[in-house]
Ligand binder design. Structure first.
Ligand SMILES: [Zn+2]
Length: 138
C-alpha cells in the first residue's frame, strides 16, 4: 500500500508498470514535491498509520511471508518499550542486538500454508486492535 509518511494519507499506486520495490516517482498531492511516499505492508498499513499519527514512529514492518514466518514492527529510536503497557496479543518485545531500537515480533512457526495465512491475518487484526487502544505518545 502506498502511503505518504508526512500526512499519513493512503495513495493510489498509479504506476503499475514499475517493478515492485522501486519507489514510484510521484508526490503526495497534499504535501507537495517531497519524497514522502513509501510502500507499506498492506496488512499492517492501517496500524502503521495509527501508530505514527499517535507518535509511535516506525522504521519498518512486515506482516509475514509464507516462507518467513514472523511478523514485526520496528520502531524508531525515540520510541521506548516503556511507552507501552503491553505488546499486541501473541507478540513479544524484541531488542535488536545491533541497535538501540526494538520491535514487536510474533513467530508463527512451521504450519500448513492455509493455517499460517490465517494466523498472519489474525495477527494483523490483533495489531490493529492494539494500535487503536494506545493513547497518544507523551
Ligand atoms: Zn502527504
Amino acid at each position: 500500500m502506498l502511503v505518504c509518511v508526512v500526512c499519513w494519507g493512503i495513495k493510489l499506486s498509479i504506476d503499475y508498470n514499475r517493478t515492485a520495490f522501486v519507489k514510484p516517482n510521484v508526490h503526495c498531492e497534499h504535501c507537495g514535491p517531497i519524497n514522502s511516499l513509501e510502500e507499506i505492508d498492506d496488512l499492517l498499513a492501517p496500524s502503521i498509520i495509527i501508530l505514527n499519527e499517535k507518535g509511535y514512529t516506525t522504521q519498518a514492518c512486515c506482516s509475514g511471508h509464507l516462507l518467513h514466518a514472523s511478523a514485526y514492527i520496528m520502531f524508531r529510536p525515540n520510541v521506548k518499550i516503556s511507552d507501552f503497557l503491553s505488546a499486541p496479543k501473541g507478540f513479544d518485545f524484541d531488542h535488536s542486538l545491533w541497535s538501540a531500537q526494538f520491535s514487536i515480533r510474533k513467530y508463527f512457526g512451521t504450519l500448513p500454508t492455509g493455517e499460517l495465512f490465517r494466523k498472519q491475518l489474525q495477527s494483523a487484526l490483533d495489531v490493529l486492535e492494539w494500535a487503536e487502544k494506545l493513547s497518544t505518545k507523551q
